[in-house]
Design a protein around this ligand. Structure first.
Ligand code: UD2
Length: 349
């Protein structure tokens, strides 16, 4: 269980049972802070994975006996995870009343908002739900920050806001008026509305543009995890396009470094509104990504070639000059090492 350390700050993390959130909470707790986790255990992927993420984030390593009744399992998780330093709320950010009772019960120094409906391609099927969660849900949090006087907010944005920009690498001052998926548009909208709350209500804000994050606990729908799973089961992988689409894949430890440095930055400065790219500034195409996984697994993929998917951008590449200069961001995981660590985790889990 948790180390009982002196608490320094009270952080509210939304989406704290997800991939990035659970790593962040683990780090914050290890640094002696108190954390409130709000997560709705959305069925975008199995709640079992989110329960395991949560337990790992609080360093609870005993077996969890799943009843396979979601509500019961989550209640059990809540009862074993609560401590003086960690509180888990099974709560949807669309439900403002529910959120309000949490804000009433706690003194919160800073919100780190990671909860979202993620995934570019599913957003084309369910655009209204993406709007409800990613825009209205986010506004609910800002409304409550306004009402409860919470002045520090870090928000997850995405490299997808750059759309099919031909300019490379992408800098924060580039025009991002041409997103190509509902998901990307909701993230851009979050940046814009966030500025309104900063300007009108003096909420200091950092918007982090994450570039396709991977590593242990990666979401199972993201290509690196999905390919690794399918190859290991000798199943076909859906391979979109001709293999030339490319991403600035970012290792989870570097993202956590970027978030914790953003926390330090926002806590030490006033009147802040910043958009910051968090990537590696390293472009890997789909062919290279696949061959790196294959060589780490010691297996060859069975490829099912499919057309490029609507909403998918051709290439991403983060200019991280601003992140380095402003917050001291220092990513240091190259793709080969990152995949090696990911596959080791995958084979262990
Ligand atoms: C450029 C962009 O929008 N990036 C965002 C997007 O990740 P991505 O869409 O970049 O991540 P992904 O892992 O889904 O896809 C990576 C690469 O794999 C390809 N692929 C994917 C799945 C599959 O079954 N077969 C296949 O070939 C896909 O075409 C792409 O070239 O969404 C994430 C959240 O969900 C983050 O917000 C990323 O910043």
């Amino acid at each position: 269980m948790l180390l009982q350390k002196k608490s320094q700050m009270n952080y509210l993390v939304t989406g704290g049972s997800g991939f990035i959130g659970s790593h962040l909470i683990e780090q914050l707790l290890q640094n002696g802070h108190s954390v409130i986790n709000i997560d709705n255990f959305d069925d975008f992927y199995s709640y079992h994975i989110k329960i395991k993420n949560t337990l790992e984030s609080i360093q609870h390593f005993s077996e969890f006996d799943f009843t396979n009744k979601k509500e019961d399992d989550i209640q059990k998780l809540i009862s074993i995870s609560q401590s003086g330093y960690y509180k888990l709320y099974y709560q949807d950010i669309r439900d403002k009343k529910g959120l309000e009772s949490i804000f009433k019960n706690h003194t919160i120094d800073l919100v780190i908002h990671l909860a979202a409906l993620a995934g570019v391609r599913p957003s084309i099927e369910r655009p209204l739900e993406y709007e409800e969660v990613n825009i209205r849900g986010t506004m609910n949090l800002w409304e409550l920050c306004k009402d409860f006087g919470i002045k520090k907010f870090i928000c997850a944005s995405s490299s997808s806001v750059y759309g099919n920009s031909k300019k490379s690498p992408f800098t924060e001052t580039d025009n991002v008026d041409t997103p190509i998926s509902p998901y990307a548009a909701t993230k851009k909208c979050g940046e814009v509305l966030g500025h309104v709350y900063h300007d009108l209500h003096h909420i200091d804000m950092v918007q982090l543009r994450f570039f396709t994050v991977y590593g242990p606990r990666q979401r199972p729908d993201l290509a690196i995890h999905k390919f690794t799973q399918l190859i290991s089961e000798d199943k076909e992988i859906p391979f979109y396009g001709d293999g030339t689409t490319a991403r600035d894949y970012t290792y989870i430890d570097d993202i956590i470094d970027g978030i914790t440095k953003s926390i330090h930055y926002i806590e030490s400065n006033h009147n802040v509104y910043e958009i910051i790219n968090l990537g590696e500034n390293q472009v890997i195409n789909l062919n290279e990504m696949l061959s790196t996984i294959e060589s780490n697994l010691g297996k060859t993929a069975i490829k099912k070639n499919l057309p490029m998917q609507p909403g998918d951008v051709q290439k991403t590449n983060a200019d991280i000059t601003k992140a380095k200069a402003l917050i001291g961001y220092k990513p240091d995981t190259n793709f080969q090492n990152g995949i090696k660590k990911f596959v080791e985790w995958f084979l262990r889990k």
